[in-house]
Design a binder for this molecule. Structure first.
Ligand code: XIL
Length: 603
């Protein structure tokens, strides 16, 4: 017999009990399997160095088969300060989401019907609880009809006033058991704002649709929140396992990643061990996100008082790569971006011939310097010299063009100087929006065809490939890469990222995607797969310069900064292979699928 109780909203009280004391809670009687109502939904224990607490693994007192109370027991000492909130499974829960019919309490746990997108069950945590970096752990059992519906689950936390939420966690259908228990873990990354100075927060799980209409029920068997110790550093966490032991091992061409070593501590490859773990595991090549650009490398010229060149950071970067058996794609000898052009170049007032001599010196000095490391696979010799106009043209307002005598001659001069300095390194022209196969692609093809015909020493073309979730088409990307490959040049995907939101495509903001849902993550997975598969399909093996992603985790992407105003400060590009907790994303699986010649799917 099942005694069921439906409570749409129930105000609950919270007991914080120090030092492993009993928090009390609702009770279930084993004989009748009936449950008694109680006002208490949550029990917790707290400890500190002077007030030892049980380790979190020994604290849990609720299990699916348990008929005892939710009281916690103290069983061991632990010097780390942590607090665990354990939800009562017999009261205090409520339905969440439009159209929710509430929750049902059974002997197995809290049950809700997977009726529609965003329907779920939650319990409340009162304001004042520091949820930042807390870990939510839910043991759930999804019915078979839910499993076959393709539905997904999303554990979450959201302030009741909706001022903040953690939406980054989810379990795709493939990871959910078929009427067997599944543990969902979610680390609260949302910084500060979920610390609820003004509002309570609801914590729970909701359903997200898959390919078929949602169906079935979800039983939540237990729920606990382990709060982070006051001074904790974030721990490694993964809610999705892409089952990719090493991306680079799946390819016989370079698999690269852009990383920094001065940009910020959180992305410093020389010091951040979580960055290192991802980079060393999955990548065979590194590109410096910034520090090998012009203004970093060559800030001054012949001043006699300060150094003309700044090699220290880049040398450390290249040495790290070498130590870890990664090559370096060096980026970049010329880039028009205003802040990247050294002031002395902007102010250069000599003749075009004198400027081209400066081009020679700049290129020769840098290429010679790094050739000595024996670890540079390739250079971006010139970056972004073409416009996005229709028809596209050279960037006639770039200082290099102007000072070359209103001529693009600096481009070929740079290639010649680079080849003279290093006979073996690959030399690329690199640009964005050339994968669209439109006017800019035509201009790029005209330029590199001319270079080929005149023996200007270009090895290949780098397609930056900062693309959108749904644009440009794979047909356009393939055709553009094929054009270059057909010239006998190498093709490199040099800065790949797939933005979920991008202000200039997919009809943003009308079609703004404000949540990184399972469906979006799987769409992104297929997109990564399709792009890498297209690369393999149209670029012959000997012409594959490799595929580089522009960053490791979504937390470090350059796009959220670039489009901060259009995104209104939200971090909604989610463009990379790893989430902001250093966890795998389905995109990683998609990339691996293409490398393994597995059909690209959004499943
Ligand atoms: C970006 C870096 O990632 C950012 O950190 C920096 O603020 C701006 O430059 N195309 C390029 C790269 O060739 O050099 C750019 O890198 C991204 C666009």
């Amino acid at each position: 017999m099942r005694v069921q109780k439906v409570i749409p909203i129930l105000a609950v009280s919270l007991a914080l009990t120090a030092c492993g004391g009993s928090g009390g809670g609702g009770s279930k009687t084993s004989s009748s399997k009936a449950m008694t109502s109680t006002s208490k939904a949550i029990s917790s224990s707290v400890g500190s160095d002077s007030n030892p607490i049980p380790s979190s693994s020994s604290q849990e007192s609720i299990s699916s088969s348990s008929t005892s109370s939710t009281a916690e027991t103290s069983s061991s000492s632990n010097s780390s300060s942590a607090m665990v909130i354990v939800a009562d499974m017999s009261s205090g829960w409520r339905g969440n989401g439009t159209g929710n019919t509430g929750v049902t309490y059974t002997i197995d746990g809290v049950v809700f019907d997977a009726l529609a997108d965003n329907i779920g069950a939650v319990f409340d945590v009162p304001k004042g609880t520091v949820l930042e970096k807390a870990v939510i752990e839910l043991i759930v059992n999804a019915s078979s009809d839910f499993k076959t519906s393709g539905g997904n689950l999303q554990p979450f936390a959201q302030a009741l006033d909706e001022s903040a939420a953690e939406w980054g966690c989810w379990a795709p259908n493939g990871t959910i058991g078929n009427a067997t228990d599944t543990t969902l873990t979610c680390k609260i990354l949302e910084e500060g704002r979920l610390n609820q100075s003004v509002a309570d927060t609801k914590v729970g799980v909701q359903v997200k649709p898959g390919a078929n209409p949602l169906a079935g029920t979800i039983t939540i068997k237990s729920a606990k929140i382990t709060l982070a110790p006051a001074s904790s550093s974030s721990s490694s966490y993964s809610s999705y396992n892409a089952n990719v032991a090493s991306l680079k091992d799946l390819a016989d061409f370079p698999i690269g990643v852009a990383v920094g070593n001065t940009d910020s501590p959180s992305t410093n490859i020389l010091t951040n061990t979580q960055e290192q773990a991802i980079v060393e595991k999955h990548f065979s090549q590194m590109t410096a996100g910034n520090i090998m650009k012009m203004s970093y490398m060559h800030p001054n010229n012949d001043t006699g008082t300060v150094a003309d060149y700044h090699f220290e950071d880049a040398d450390a970067f290249v040495a790290y790569a070498k130590l870890k058996n990664m090559s370096v794609h060096a980026h970049t000898l010329f880039w028009h971006a205003d802040y990247q052009v050294p002031t002395f170049m902007k102010n250069f007032a000599g003749t075009p011939e004198e400027f081209l001599a400066l081009v020679d010196t700049h290129v020769t000095t840098l290429v010679d310097h790094f050739e000595a490391s024996n670890n540079i696979a390739s250079w971006d010799v010139v970056n972004e010299a073409l416009t996005d106009d229709n028809p596209s043209n050279y960037r006639t307002n770039s200082p290099f063009y102007v000072k070359s005598g209103n001529s693009p001659v600096f481009i070929e001069r740079a290639f010649q100087a680079a080849r003279a300095a290093d006979a073996n390194v690959d030399l690329y022209y690199n640009d964005y929006n050339i994968e669209n196969n439109d006017a800019k692609t035509v201009k790029m093809m005209e330029m590199v065809t001319d270079f080929k015909n005149r023996n200007v020493p270009i090895t290949g073309v780098g397609f930056q490939m900062h693309v959108c979730l749904r644009w440009p088409s794979i047909a356009s990307i393939s055709a553009a890469m094929k054009g270059v490959a057909d010239l006998g040049l190498k093709v490199k995907i040099s800065e790949l990222d797939v933005a979920v939101n991008q202000p200039y495509c997919d009809n943003y903001p009308v079609n703004k995607i404000s949540e990184f849902t399972p469906a979006i993550a799987l769409e992104q997975k297929k997109r990564y797969c399709d792009i890498v598969a297209a690369y393999k399909a149209v670029v012959p093996p000997a012409q594959r310069g490799g595929v580089t992603v522009w960053g490791t985790t979504d937390a470090g992407t350059w796009l959220d900064g670039l489009y901060a105003s259009q995104y209104e400060g939200e971090k909604i590009s989610w463009p990379l292979l790893f989430d902001s907790r250093y966890g795998d994303k389905p995109a990683l699986r998609g990339f691996a699928d293409a490398l393994q010649d597995i059909t690209c799917t959004n499943l």
